[in-house]
Design a protein around this ligand. Structure first.
Ligand code: 0RA
Length: 661
């Protein structure tokens, strides 16, 4: 507020006061504008600026967009679009640049003709980013001249300045998020930003998006890792063929069933529709939908249209060609989507977003548009590619047959679960409290660690379920096998959740969930990571709502115990180990004993409780899904034999969160 006081009051026109009120509102209730003020909201700031550049690109004015994470943690977004207009706007009493950066939803004041098709989930514009940044510098290159204007927390720090001649064109926005707003973190994740830029490149073919990380290496690592990290990281994303390449990227580690993805790009009733789909030899459905470049994770009318078009077209083709004559039961719509990977992208002028996370498209007119587009393109494909048509239908028939078998297995699990406490698995050591909100269950690798955990737990609210070795890899197994697996049945029955109906096997009833914290506890080694990944894969494929509602956690057992005489310290990182040796060794290493814990089994019950289980001392990592699309691809990739990406995954996708309740 000090900047406000410095200026004399007469300088404040009506519009200035309104601007302050507008941006002040953003600062008062940031979550209303950007969703939340955690890591997600923080990254949203970058998307908001990039979306403006994407709009320029979709209008045909911009080809390159670059994002840079600067050494000081700020972000610079550079594009080669037309540049934000800089001329004086008499009605507003200030430059267009200042209007764009200080007036909420200022976009409408300029170009009404080409509607914004990008424009983020919250569609709030760069002025919000400005309001939530401790500093923002806008540089515009336009008509042979370069201009700049600086802001702090949305307040102009002087007038727009002409700073010289240039033959460049475009906009450069540099901003540093305000730590007063983003109290949890102001640190950007390269991986999160890179994966969004990659996604945007696939969704908007022909645009080049790049990212560079200029931050210095973090210290917490080994010297080799630090050296590698100190070279600035960089990636460039460009897609010539759009969604066709997106689908290939998603299916990179799956075995394809047809030679190339089926692809369509058309406009129906004024709605641009782009779709690519591919069948693979797997059993999971991976359909991702977008509206105006936003991932609609809750689906909506475009997804319904896609499903309808797919089902009716494949079904009528199969019937016509007599391929269903031997089937004695109805094919389920879901059978048409087993082993299907698809991306649907539509552009809707006035999207209505509904649902819990406002990522479900509500516009009814979109269903028919997408359904028709799919029918036409798919019909053509099946006619022109009879061999692949047969391959696809064969796969559907196989899926239908397996579903019949799965139904029986599932009904068995269903009958056993929930109904009464008597149905609980014999291996479960339950807690005494019955309030799910207070209760937690540890899924523990192996019977012996399970035994230790049983002794170390707090009986009142901590339950233990030991799992035998490596649980079934659900990524590679058919559904009826999954419901046959003893370990998986035990998880379902112990948690008390019921599995979906036949129509939607993934629909989950969480209302009977018996523990609000489901904690995976495995050894701190590669095998342990693998087991944790297998368990996470299971939850991702069969209980994704459990993850989305924040119930899934990973325990973090310590890596070292540092001991001298009666003094002992537990350490989770190299830095902590060094510090502990220093501290209790008092500079002398003599007599200091460092034990590397390789497994849970090396700790006794008390140690396990003190370091890993007791809420007072432990650190839990909450599993979250940053991007459903990336998560899906990664889960399919991780199930290969390569260990390194698996470990990376666990480190980057399980957020660190200190949970002390
Ligand atoms: C308002 C009007 C016009 C372009 C923009 C804003 C614009 C904003 C951003 C933000 C980042 N990059 C951007 N590029 C352009 C239309 C410009 C005209 O009519 O010349």
């Amino acid at each position: 507020m000090s900047t406000e006081e410095q200026k004399s009051s007469e300088e404040y026109s009506e519009s200035n006061i309104q601007v302050l009120k507008g941006l002040e509102a953003v600062r008062m209730r940031p979550s209303m504008y950007i969703g939340d003020v955690g890591s997600r909201g923080l990254h949203h700031l970058v998307y908001e600026v990039v979306d403006n550049s994407i709009d320029e690109a979709l209008g045909g004015y911009c080809k390159n967009i670059d994002v840079c994470i600067n050494d000081d943690g700020s972000i610079t977004v550079t594009d080669d679009g037309r540049g934000i207009p800089v001329g004086f706007m008499p009605e507003e009493g200030k430059s267009a640049l200042e209007v764009v950066l200080t007036v909420l939803h200022a976009g409408g004041k300029f170009d009404k003709s080409n509607y914004k098709v990008s424009g983020g989930l919250h569609g709030v514009g760069v002025s919000c980013v400005n309001a939530l940044s401790v500093s923002l510098l806008a540089e515009v290159r336009r008509d042979g001249k370069a201009y700049r204007m600086a802001f702090s927390r949305g307040v102009a720090q002087g007038d727009i300045e002409e700073v010289g001649a240039t033959n460049l064109r475009g906009t450069v926005i540099t901003f540093k998020p305000d730590a007063e707003i983003f109290t949890q973190t102001t640190e950007f994740s390269y991986d999160i930003l890179a994966s969004r830029l990659r996604e945007l490149a696939f969704l908007n073919k022909g645009i080049t998006l790049s990212i560079t990380d200029k931050r210095a290496a973090k210290r917490d690592e080994t010297p080799a890792a630090a050296a590698e990290a100190s070279a600035s990281k960089s990636d460039t994303f460009f897609s010539q063929e759009g969604l066709k390449e997106f689908v290939c990227y998603l299916d990179a580690s799956r075995e394809k069933l047809i030679e190339k993805p089926i692809y369509l790009e058309t406009e129906k009733n004024g709605i641009p529709v782009e779709i690519a789909l591919q069948y693979n030899t797997g059993y999971t459905e991976n359909v991702h939908s977008y509206v105006n470049n936003i991932n609609t994770i809750e689906g909506g009318t475009h997804l319904s249209g896609f499903r309808r078009g797919l089902t009716t077209t494949l079904k009528s083709f199969a019937e016509k060609s007599g391929m269903l004559s031997k089937l004695k039961f109805e094919i389920d719509p879901a059978d048409f989507r087993e082993g299907l990977t698809a991306v649907i992208s539509v552009k809707v002028a006035e999207p209505q977003f509904e649902g819990q996370t406002k990522t479900k498209l509500g516009n009814n007119e979109v269903t028919a548009a997408v359904s028709q587009a799919v029918s036409v393109a798919l019909d053509n494909y099946l006619e022109e590619n009879p061999r692949y048509a047969k391959t696809i239908i064969d796969k559907v028939v196989l899926a239908a047959t397996a579903r019949q078998a799965a139904r029986k297995a599932r009904e068995m699990v269903q009958r056993k679960s929930v109904l009464s406490g008597a149905g609980l698995p014999g291996k479960l050591t339950d807690c005494s409290d019955r309030d799910p909100q207070k209760c937690e269950i540890f899924l523990v690798e192996g019977d012996s660690a399970g035994g230790t955990a049983k002794q170390g737990r707090d009986k009142a609210f901590q339950a233990i379920l030991p799992l035998r070795g490596k649980i079934l890899n659900v990524e590679k197994a058919m559904e009826h096998k999954i419901f046959d697996s003893e370990e998986i049945k035990n998880i379902f029955t112990a948690l008390g959740v019921t599995i979906g109906t036949e129509e939607d096997s993934k629909a989950l009833n969480l209302s009977k969930l018996r523990y609000y914290k489901v904690i995976i506890m495995t050894d701190a080694d590669v095998d342990g990571s693998h087991i944790a990944t297998l368990i996470m894969t299971f939850f991702f494929r069969y209980m994704v709502d459990l993850i989305k509602n924040g119930h899934l956690y990973i325990a973090t057992p310590p890596l070292y115990q540092v001991k001298k005489g009666k003094q002992e310290r537990y350490c989770w990182t190299e830095d902590q180990r060094r510090a502990a040796v220093e501290e209790i060794g008092k500079g002398k290493d003599a007599g200091v004993h460092v034990q590397r814990y390789k497994g849970l089994g090396e700790m006794n019950a008390e140690q396990l409780a003190d370091t890993t289980m007791n809420p007072e001392f432990r650190t839990l990592r909450q599993v979250s899904i940053e991007s459903a699309v990336e998560a899906d691809r990664i889960f399919s990739m991780l199930m290969g034999d390569d260990v390194a990406p698996r470990r990376d995954f666990i480190e980057t996708h399980a957020k660190y969160a200190r949970i002390d309740t």
